[in-house]
Design a protein. Structure first.
Length: 485
């Protein structure tokens, strides 16, 4: 017997306009300005700057643009006043202290930068190479990643030279040219793995007993070194702890990412523009939204005149009807964009204002121990917005505080209870964990269970597995890898 059942599935679909609004909310100030410029270029009905204070044409909601039903365009009536009205502007926009003009912000000139790979190619010009050798050398340089490594096998490079350059070589020739490339600066560049990278750098050092020991350790005892089996190394080389310490110090001075040390290889400087500013004035907090998030936008008067001309024309051609349809589309898009910008401003401000009040103690004093546990839902409930909307604001926006410029999402944290049964922020616990690890005896660093004991003594009963999670989030290695001689 067959059973029939009905399943109802409730799904919510966002309109294209809602999706665009969410994207606008997510944009930080600099990206928002770029998006604004793109819209101004794409939509001639949208203009920036203060609008001229001329009398608007006397249109009303019931104006028609055609004289009879046969010629009427199948569009909604267009009310120009609606596009130009400021009635929906949030009240906070009129409070001058909520916007910062950033008048003092100036762009800093940057020196021309030679790329990492170009610098390596420039160095190659100092070597005497025949045509074939130079092609191989340049190909090898092109295979070096930003950290300074060649992550591919010699055989793969030989094959690629044949396929892409039409140059048929062999492993021995490529190995020989690779040794030339590995003589380039910075030392260690062109290595195929960390072990080779460290060896290349050590061989550039002035010979000494400590350097020779370091070379031997990397060449022959690399696994014991990476696992910090220091007692094994002392027995292997029959040396004192002090001798081993000096050898290890030579290794610790090396750069495991030589490409990253090249000044010209730095990524373009990202100048963080705070989306908000918090100031303390007479023991009161003042919140300002960056004025660049509140542009002056209005509908083009040229488009208004075009509509007026169409309205005043007694005989309307098909081309005129097409034109007014195009005008209406642009006006609708411009009006929507202006409304979306206002909604973005209001969403940003009310969200940050709620965060400010929730974390008022911190913003008044700057003590991270005063940061209260706060999750996205806490703020979403306060402002009546969806959690995803609050997340978009928190994940991509910065606030300039008296204690530095902070990414807003850093103020969010889960809660845990201390031994008094009080809710404390996980941020506070992580800070205490960092301090414990910073002051531990590096000859005998604390394992996670010992860290849990230390935190428990300070009033924070936390499981060892939670300690491990926090340690990993803080990018702190396990005790064995924190050990020093």
């Amino acid at each position: 017997m067959l059973k029939h059942s009905l399943q109802f599935k409730l799904s919510q679909k966002l309109s294209p306009q809602q999706i665009q609004l969410m994207k606008l909310i997510q944009l930080p100030t600099q990206a928002f300005e770029q998006r604004l410029q793109e819209e101004l270029v794409e939509n001639p009905a949208l203009e920036s700057g203060k609008e001229e204070t001329e009398e608007l044409d006397d249109y009303n909601d019931n104006d028609d643009y055609d004289n009879d039903d046969n010629e009427r365009i199948d569009t909604e009536d267009i009310n120009i006043d609606e596009y130009l009205s400021n009635d929906e502007t949030p009240d906070y926009k009129y409070q001058s202290n909520n916007y910062s003009d950033d008048d003092e912000e100036k762009s800093m000139p940057h020196a021309a930068i030679v790329s990492f790979h170009q610098d390596l190619l420039n160095q190659l010009n100092t070597f005497i190479l025949d045509d074939e050798e130079r092609v191989i050398a340049e190909f090898l340089v092109g295979s070096i990643d930003d950290m300074g490594y060649i992550r591919r096998s010699v055989q793969d490079i030989v094959d690629d030279l044949a396929f892409t350059q039409g140059l048929y070589s062999d492993n021995e020739t490529v190995e020989r040219i690779l040794q030339i490339v590995q003589e380039l600066e910075p030392a260690g560049v062109g290595a195929r793995d960390l072990q080779e990278c460290l060896l290349l750098q050590l061989k550039h050092k002035t010979p000494s007993e400590a350097v020779e020991l370091a070379v031997d350790i990397i060449e022959n005892q690399f696994d014991a070194f990476t696992k910090k089996h220091y007692e094994k190394l002392i027995q292997k080389y029959d040396i004192s702890k002090e001798q081993l310490r000096k050898g290890i110090e030579e290794i610790e001075k090396l750069n495991p990412k030589p490409g990253g040390a090249f000044d010209g290889n730095l990524k373009p400087i990202e100048h963080v523009i705070p989306d908000f500013t918090i100031r303390i004035i007479e023991d009161e907090l003042e919140l300002l939204l960056n004025g660049r998030n509140a542009p002056e936008l209005h509908i083009s008067k040229d488009y208004q005149e075009m509509l007026k001309s169409y309205k005043d024309t007694s005989e309307k051609s098909n081309s005129q009807k097409d034109a007014v349809q195009f005008i209406k589309q642009k006006l609708d898009a411009a009006k929507w964009f202006i409304d979306a910008i206002k909604q973005r401003q209001e969403t940003l401000f009310v969200t940050m204002n709620a965060i400010l009040h929730y974390q008022m103690e911190y913003f008044l004093e700057g003590d991270e121990a005063k940061l209260k546990p706060m999750i996205l839902k806490d703020i979403a409930d306060l402002v009546g917005l969806d959690i995803s909307t609050v997340s978009r604001v928190a994940n991509s926006k910065y606030v300039d505080t008296p204690y530095g410029t902070k990414l807003i999402k850093e103020f969010f944290s889960e809660s845990m209870k201390n031994d008094q049964g009080e809710d404390v922020s996980t941020i506070e616990i992580k800070n205490i964990l960092q301090k414990i690890i910073k002051t531990e005896d590096k000859r005998k660093p604390f394992p996670d269970d010992k860290l849990a004991e230390e935190l428990k003594e300070k009033g924070y009963p936390i499981a060892r597995r939670t300690i491990a999670k926090y340690r990993e989030q803080l990018d702190i290695p396990v005790a064995r890898l924190r050990k020093k001689i």
